[in-house]
Design a protein around this ligand. Structure first.
Ligand code: SF4
Length: 281
């Protein structure tokens, strides 16, 4: 029987990543200033390398930049960092995704209105660090219901999410907070692109024998896609490039599914599809 290789209906670059890369491209052509990004422009090492060759230099901290253009990536940054960049006289290209900006705005509003902000997300993720900088001191970052145990929850709680969180986790945490807070304001800031990719990935994973999830190993949304595909019991491989695919991964498998994180270019998806179609069953 001929093997089928199917790509999830929604996969690869999201609106925010595409927008950020377009903004960078615009500043790399026809300008003589040096262009820097705070951290890798997206969580995809191959794309970061491609942009490095075109003139975009990723830096670890603002201390390394004294002139030129500073690109803020789609995750956004801490507000103090943005202020410091302006103080240094850098030309700031703020490519923070509008959905992340919205989460930052809501976090600030909730704090100003006297709510204890709870961010459902990963504390170490740059997007969460950025959102956190707009919140009051009693803010909590929670990644699971268990994480709430022993934490002091104010009677007025405001909940929002890192844009790439899973809906299921968000709902569980909201439910747990509702049981202890007197008043609760909930903003579901999980972005549509994330939801659409997750739904399409889970659907496809349920219909195939093996799933390949393409994207940077440092990409939170790609890791989440792989986690969701695995949760349904489907054998799932998280890969960055087609070169990682070994024949034994698909040995005896007739139906193969592919999805990709929001930082994965279509060229990577096509290369994986081609490689899978070429391997003998
Ligand atoms: S995943 Fe959503 S929030 Fe994040 S950059 Fe893409 S569109 Fe924006």
């Amino acid at each position: 029987m001929k093997r089928s290789v199917q790509i999830a209906e929604q996969a690869g670059y999201c609106f925010g990543v595409r927008r950020a890369l377009d903004m960078v491209k615009e500043h790399l052509t026809g300008h003589d200033k040096r262009v820097y990004s705070l951290g890798p422009i997206i969580h995809n090492p191959q794309v970061v390398e491609e942009f490095r060759k075109r003139g975009l230099t990723p830096v670890e901290s603002l201390a390394s930049v004294s002139e030129g253009v500073l690109v803020i990536r789609s995750h956004g940054v801490e507000k103090e960092l943005l202020e410091e960049a302006h103080r240094k006289g850098l030309e700031v290209v703020d490519a923070t995704c509008p959905f992340v900006k919205n989460a930052q705005r809501l976090a600030r509003q909730l704090s100003e209105d006297g709510y204890q902000v709870l961010i459902v997300g990963e504390e170490a993720h740059p997007e969460v660090k950025g959102i956190l900088s707009y919140c009051g001191e009693n803010t909590l970052v929670v990644s699971s219901v268990e994480h709430l145990e022993g934490k002091a929850i104010s009677p007025k709680a405001g909940i929002l999410a890192q844009t790439t969180q899973s809906q299921e986790r968000f709902i569980k945490i909201v439910h747990a907070v509702l049981l202890v807070a007197y008043e609760c304001r909930v903003f579901n800031t999980i972005c549509n692109a994330t939801l659409a990719r997750q739904t399409a990935a889970v659907e496809l994973a349920g219909a195939v024998d093996v799933m390949f999830v393409i994207g940077g190993r440092n990409s939170a949304n790609t890791a989440r896609l792989a986690e969701l595909c695995r949760a349904g019991g489907t054998t799932t491989y998280h890969i960055e490039t087609a070169d990682e695919i070994m024949p034994e991964m698909v040995s005896g498998k007739q139906r193969i599914g592919i999805t990709a994180g929001a930082s994965t270019p279509s060229t990577h998806i096509e290369a994986v599809q081609k490689r899978l179609e070429q391997i003998d069953g």
